[in-house]
Design a protein around this ligand. Structure first.
Ligand SMILES: [Zn+2]
Length: 147
């Protein structure tokens, strides 16, 4: 089973997926970022697509990549680290915990076997929905006390 992480809403399909703008957490995992970035960049190829995906921040639009990458447990789009480095977007703690357990090394993956694994998107969609909600609440002004 491969857990999707880092896939974004694109109209008119993938409507349930989050927008990266909803997951901005300034300073998230600042000390570990270089290791997170290196881990994401060293994922193994799962799928190749025609054409590049672009950064979903319209004012940026950087070309990010044309593959889906995996570590045998998670599946993410190439270039996902761009959102962390340039836009302060956060990822699920469980993903980072597993990077730590693996000492920040992506394990070898059997590329034929990995194609047979079912892909699960619900974890990412649910995590992103909950996280976006709590980030939005955090940024709201405190309620005015009743007088
Ligand atoms: Zn960007």
């Amino acid at each position: 089973m491969l857990l999707e992480v880092g896939y974004w809403r694109s109209v008119p399909y993938l409507w349930d997926y989050p927008r990266p703008q909803s997951l901005i957490a300034p300073g998230w995992r600042a000390a570990e970022r270089p290791r997170i970035v290196r881990y994401l960049q060293s994922g193994k190829t799962h799928t190749r697509w025609r054409g590049y995906s672009r950064c979903r921040f319209p004012e940026c639009g950087a070309a990010l990549g044309s593959r889906c990458l995996t570590d045998g447990r998670w599946l993410w789009p190439e270039g996902l680290e761009h959102y962390i480095e340039h836009h302060d977007v956060m990822l699920p703690r469980w993903f980072i915990d597993e990077m730590t357990l693996r000492k920040w090394q992506v394990p070898e993956v059997d590329e034929d076997e990995i194609q047979q694994e079912p892909i699960v998107e619900a974890f990412w969609i649910n995590w992103a929905r909950k996280t976006a909600k709590s980030l939005a609440q955090r940024h709201q002004p405190p309620p005015v006390p009743a007088t």
